[in-house]
Ligand binder design. Structure first.
Ligand SMILES: Cc1cc2nc3c(=O)[nH]c(=O)nc-3n(C[C@H](O)[C@H](O)[C@H](O)COP(=O)(O)OP(=O)(O)OC[C@H]3O[C@@H](n4cnc5c(N)ncnc54)[C@H](O)[C@@H]3O)c2cc1C
Length: 413
């Protein structure tokens, strides 16, 4: 085993994981004048952030804080002080401070004008380097030695780094593992007695056993306009038919409830309203007119502008047995039952549910049973829909962990 002692290591803070949570923790700690060493297992930091940038980089959301907080469901009370300390306006100011002006999109989502992550990440890394944050890439953290040193695998060798003053773990979830976050930290922390809720897919696609004909003809086509309902919640939005099922924001928003239902019963039925803009009575009125010898498909296309994919979904779900009377047909159009057979796996999800149990950390995100170790970002057990909520909570948690850590270090200085 090689042992490395970096200068000032006993004063320094180790941040492990170079995603947005770790970079933010490094920023807050270094701004306070503490030496920071940032360890990352990949060749470069921020790979998932760059991937998020491919979709325009939805940084946060412009809605007021109360509805914003409700997006975090069961974790919202726990996240409240963290998000109040670093709310969406603070995130926008931070991005603008990095030379990335933002705008609010039509759905209230906030994006950088550049609509990608690379300029932001470049400016951020330059600022951290200017503050003397030392970046150690290709350092794969494996845990602690018996004496409490950090153990990394570097170039196939085990390397021990003397214990720093404090450590922030920001190791991410386990979606898109090729970008660096694999969730293998669950075993390391589990061995230290840290409670970890099993990781699962969040904001993920769903599996549907489409008929070969439907799959062959419509994979890749969007279903819109549409509204998707499950367990009493309706999401107006979009989904795309894929070879394996459905993908898209509206389905992602229901994925937490779908995940639970599928885990319990092995399946779930998603209800799709293919005519969400027309209330039932107006839909019936539009359907209650002579079809003048048109085929059913032509009639539905002309009378209520249903797309070919929507018409065929209607047939697929109702087994071809479409009602003849306008009221019955309207009911079928407004509640197309799509039987889900499963969820897409965690590797293909946008984000991760589960993680370090909230009860395992104190108010400052310090692990209760591993001293001087803090946790930030997606590796904590919270989940949220897409819409900017993921990066907002990730970055806010980075701020919270670093702030609490600095306060503790000041007390013990
Ligand atoms: C396709 C896609 C699009 C997305 N789009 C958006 C979006 O528009 N808006 C939004 O809010 N969110 C989006 N997200 C989610 C967002 O990117 C994540 O929530 C966020 O990156 C989580 O940040 P993190 O720092 O907690 O973890 P990560 O970004 O996963 O970073 C963790 C880092 O830790 C490193 N690491 C892991 N284990 C070790 C180890 N043992 N040793 C050393 N290093 C290690 C990893 O290599 C990685 O660099 C998207 C995600 C995906 C996959």
């Amino acid at each position: 085993m090689t042992r490395i002692t970096y200068p000032q290591v006993e004063r320094s803070v180790a941040v492990i994981g170079g995603g947005p949570a770790g970079l933010m923790a490094a920023e807050v700690v270094s701004a306070a004048g503490r030496p920071v060493i940032l360890y990352e297992r990949m060749g470069t930091p921020g790979r998932k952030l760059l991937m998020a940038g491919r979709g325009g980089l939805n940084l946060t959301h412009s809605e007021p804080l109360e509805p914003f907080l409700r997006r975090y469901g069961a974790a919202s009370a726990w996240l409240r002080p963290i998000l109040e300390a670093f709310p969406p306006q603070a995130l926008v100011a931070w991005a603008e401070g990095l030379g990335q002006p933002t705008f609010v999109g039509s759905s209230g989502r906030v994006f950088p004008r550049a609509l990608k992550a690379s300029p932001l990440l470049r400016a951020w890394l330059a600022r951290l380097a200017a503050r003397d944050v030392r970046l150690r890439t290709r350092h794969d953290w494996r845990g602690w030695s018996a004496a409490g040193a950090l153990v990394f695998r570097v170039d196939g060798q085990e390397v021990e780094v003397a214990r720093p003053a404090a450590t922030v773990l920001a190791l991410g979830g386990a979606s898109w593992p090729r970008l660096g976050s694999t969730g293998d930290w669950t075993a390391i922390l589990g061995q230290c007695g840290v409670a970890v809720t099993p990781l699962g897919p969040a904001n993920c696609g769903v599996d549907v056993a489409w008929s070969p004909a439907f799959r062959g003809r419509f994979a890749g086509q969007p279903l819109k306009p549409a509204a998707f309902s499950f367990a009493g919640r309706t999401i107006r939005g979009e989904a795309v038919v894929t070879g394996y099922g459905l993908e898209g924001g509206a389905v992602y928003a229901l994925s937490a409830a779908l995940r639970e239902a599928i885990a319990e019963t092995g399946g779930a039925v998603l209800e799709i309203d293919l005519s969400p803009d027309l209330p039932a009575d107006r839909l019936i009125a539009k359907l209650d007119r002579p079809s003048r010898g048109q085929s059913r498909s032509t009639f539905l296309r002309k009378a209520i502008s249903l797309s070919p994919v929507a018409i065929n979904l209607l047939r697929e779900a109702h087994g071809g047995g479409l009602a003849d009377d306008p009221a019955g047909l309207a009911r079928q159009i407004k509640a197309v039952p799509v039987a889900l057979t499963g969820l897409q796996p965690l590797e293909r999800a946008i984000s991760t549910a589960g993680g370090v149990a909230l009860a395992a950390v104190d108010d400052g995100l310090g692990l209760r049973n591993v001293p001087d170790v803090f946790v930030a970002g997606e590796m904590l057990d919270w989940e949220a829909p897409t819409g900017g909520y993921l990066l907002q909570a990730t970055l806010a948690a980075g701020v919270a962990a670093a702030t609490a850590e600095l306060a503790r270090l000041d007390l013990t200085a």
